[in-house]
Design a protein around this ligand. Structure first.
Ligand SMILES: [Zn+2]
Length: 298
């Protein structure tokens, strides 16, 4: 089966059902059957083993649940508005609007459509990044399927229709701003809560942001990450101080870059490094010449 050929972890689901039928919660574990040696979940049982897959699907044309967390994927699920909901944007409109507001790309990637005409974008997760599923967190009609969630593969059917492949581009890396949107708490949302527009930097500043953030994302575990992050935040702070880069934009991009390597424990510390170094850079602005050559301010 194609999904397993891609190394994606799959689990069979009875056609017409959305969740493996009658799967029990840990509290109610009977301790036998698949749980004979300890409680398991469909996610933990999901497999990439071609022999197992061939055997299971030879018997019944099961729907295919892909578990994105185990598969190195993150699926962005843009829903339609429910019947009876007041008029307004659907999930896809919310997502494109958010991309514009955050200055992030929304690259074409492997995409499926759901029977209700929703749209699911399948992205590759950056190495070292562990993303949980979210519900209505990124936007009201946008869920994400990562660890703890699953998405039905194209070809799967429900009573009301089938899941179909609408773009067969191989999954591209999840954009940093979406990593950030997935992990940030609502209370710390940088531009989400206030609904303020973030000004896009000009080409010169955008290049500086890209280079600093690439350097952060490339820095391996235990390889002086603190230093790399503080240097990058300071450099971007200097551009903020010089008036060529918006502080909010710099902060969002730095946090997104860090999100590719942070763990829940490090996130608070990393935020602290960003704030301190950004502020220090702002206090020592770069002098920008008309042609955008840069010199240290005297
Ligand atoms: Zn169990």
């Amino acid at each position: 089966m194609e999904m397993a050929g891609r190394g994606w972890a799959v689990f069979p689901i009875q056609p017409g059902r959305k969740w493996p039928p009658a799967w029990h919660r840990k509290e109610n574990c009977p301790g036998h059957g698949p749980c004979a040696t300890g409680h398991v979940t469909p996610e933990s049982l999901a497999t990439t083993d071609p022999e197992v897959i061939a055997r299971v699907w030879a018997r019944v044309p099961y729907n295919v649940a892909v578990f994105p967390g185990k598969s190195g994927l993150h699926v962005v699920d843009c829903d339609v508005r429910k019947p009876g909901e007041p008029d307004g944007p659907d999930g896809w409109a919310e997502l494109t609007e958010l991309a514009g507001r955050r200055g992030g790309p929304l690259p074409e990637t492997w995409t499926t459509t759901t029977p209700s005409t929703g749209r699911q974008l399948w992205y590759a997760v950056p190495p070292g990044c562990r993303l949980a599923s979210t519900v209505g967190h990124i936007a009201a009609h946008v869920d994400t399927r990562g660890w703890g969630g699953y998405a039905l593969a194209p070809g799967s059917v429900r009573d009301d229709g089938a899941y179909e492949l609408s773009d067969d581009t191989d999954p591209v890396p999840l954009p940093g701003w979406l990593v950030q949107a997935n992990v940030e708490r609502r209370s710390t949302a940088v531009s989400g809560r206030a609904e303020t527009a973030v000004a896009m930097p000009d080409a010169f500043a955008a290049k500086a942001v890209r280079e600093e953030c690439d350097r952060i994302a490339r820095t391996p575990y235990k390889q002086g990450r603190n230093k790399v992050l503080s240097t990058a935040a300071y450099a971007l702070g200097q551009l903020v101080g010089a008036g060529v880069l918006e502080e909010t934009y710099a902060r969002v991009q730095l946090r997104a870059a860090v999100a590719t390597w942070n763990t829940p424990e490090s996130a608070v510390k990393d935020d602290g490094v960003i704030e301190t170094s950004l502020a220090a850079g702002i206090a020592n602005p770069r002098r920008i010449t008309p042609r955008h050559g840069t010199r240290r301010a005297a």
